[in-house]
Write a protein that binds this ligand. Structure first.
Ligand code: NAD
Ligand code: DAU
Length: 373
């Protein structure tokens, strides 16, 4: 079957990637969606059971660092678009193992870029109608409010403490953790491939996502699981770091809009205008889980356990996505309370998924699928 477009989505078995794959496979039956994923600990094909048999969907197990394999895939599938999400994504892990982050996030991105360039630049039509869309993070900008004086936060609002400063597309890079340093480096390679070779690239920086299928080493799914199992909730520092939270489906909608209508060589910030101190969002999670489990209000507050903050975390990460709203008409649809309600409900309804990922059982599921291809 001839498709209108052949799009590789890297990291499509992960949290955000699986939402992007699902949206594109369902919304664009004329596109061939090739999910290219190495299936690391966060890659889970059971996330995509509902679409795995669709005629416009193909899964390829591959490592983006394997340049020869990337070239082969680009040629074999006549790839004309890339949405690049594959990455090592967890800040805490990057502090323990920075090499893996440099390998996947930097060298992997370079290998994909080079494969795209060497495939596209020799075609008769060259780069026409091609697109390399790289998904980056707000953490490359560093953190705002690092000079905040100790001990004042508990009784005043985040705005009073940190002011109204936001990350804009023009904010200078200032990464702090090995994760954000690796993402910053990959962003520079993406832009360099546009400036040097003319590859039609786009980069977006998104804030903290949450929602179904997020691996429970991240705050929100970890805490939902721990509350359910009456385990401690490890709050870093005093829980005073501030993040801008975005429901994953809103990010996915933004990716769709930007992939189709974003300007080549441009950068867009994606955020929820939903900034929350960690401790405040943790209270919302506790309240919601307790209510949905039928526990009395405040029942699980005692699980909060303050632990040492990690070096490399900053105080406040907040995105200004006005440009995306003004130029492409995207805006977030959910506020945090509503998004948390949907997310908690999903994790409580999908306990089998949670148990599979924490036990590693999902790995045998995808081995079965992969062997049968
Ligand atoms: P995730 O860890 O859930 O998914 C990453 C996916 O990439 C997994 O399926 C994994 O198997 C795959 N992968 C890892 N190494 C690979 C390799 N070498 N080759 C091929 N596939 C590989 O991550 P996520 O939270 O879905 O994040 C996706 C992207 O979005 C990342 O680039 C991340 O930096 C970016 N991002 C995430 C957030 C967030 O809040 N989660 C916010 C902004 C940007
Ligand atoms: O800002 C975007 C980034 O958001 C993405 O680029 C990353 O890929 C994504 O993982 C996420 O990074 P964070 O480190 O912010 O996410 P996490 O959910 O791990 O942590 C959110 C905040 O909660 C952070 O300030 C650290 C804190 N935290 C986290 C965990 C796991 C805790 O207090 N306790 C915890 O156990």
């Amino acid at each position: 079957m001839d498709f209108q477009r052949n799009i590789v989505i890297t990291g499509g078995a992960g949290f955000i990637g699986s939402h992007v794959v699902r949206l594109f496979v369902n919304k664009y039956p004329d596109y061939h969606i090739i999910n290219l994923d190495k299936l690391t600990y966060t890659g889970n094909l059971t996330n995509l059971k509902d679409i795995e048999n669709k005629p416009n969907y193909t899964f390829v197990k591959a490592d983006i660092c394997d340049f020869e394999m990337m070239l082969k895939i680009f040629k074999q599938y006549h790839v004309d678009g890339v949405i690049h999400l594959a990455a090592e994504s967890h800040v805490d892990r990057s502090i323990r193992d920075p090499f893996t982050f440099a390998r996947t996030n930097v060298l992997g991105t370079l290998s994909l870029l080079q494969a795209a360039r060497l495939t596209w630049e020799y075609l008769p039509e060259g780069y026409e109608d091609k697109r390399f869309y790289h998904i980056s993070t707000d953490e490359v900008y560093g953190a705002l409010g690092l000079t905040y004086p100790e001990g004042k936060l508990s009784d005043i609002s985040a705005h009073e403490v940190y002011g109204d400063e936001f990350f804009k597309e023009t904010t200078k890079y200032n990464p702090h953790s090995p994760y954000s340093a690796s993402k910053a480096s990959s962003d520079h390679f993406v832009r360099a491939f546009h400036d040097t070779y003319g590859v039609p690239t786009i980069v977006t920086h998104c804030s903290n996502n949450y929602g179904p299928y997020q691996f429970p080493d991240k705050l929100i799914p970890l805490f939902i699981g721990n509350i359910r199992h009456r385990k401690p909730l490890p709050v870093y520092g005093k829980g005073e770091n501030v993040h801008d939270w975005l429901y994953v489906v809103d990010h996915t909608r933004a990716i769709d809009v930007i992939f189709h209508n974003g300007k080549v060589a441009d950068t867009y910030n994606i955020g929820g205008f939903n900034e929350w101190k960690n401790i405040d969002i943790i209270h919302v999670i506790i309240k919601t889980v307790d209510r949905l489990l039928g526990n009395p209000e405040g029942y699980s507050e005692e699980l909060i356990t303050y632990v040492m903050d990690h070096v490399g975390y900053g105080l406040r990460y907040v995105i200004d996505s006005t440009k995306l709203k003004n130029e492409l008409g995207w805006k977030p649809s959910l506020q945090v309370e509503e998004g948390i309600e949907k997310t908690v409900q999903w994790y409580l309804d999908n306990q089998e998924w949670m148990e599979n990922v924490t036990s590693g059982a999902y790995e045998s599921y995808y081995e079965g699928i992969y062997k049968s291809k």
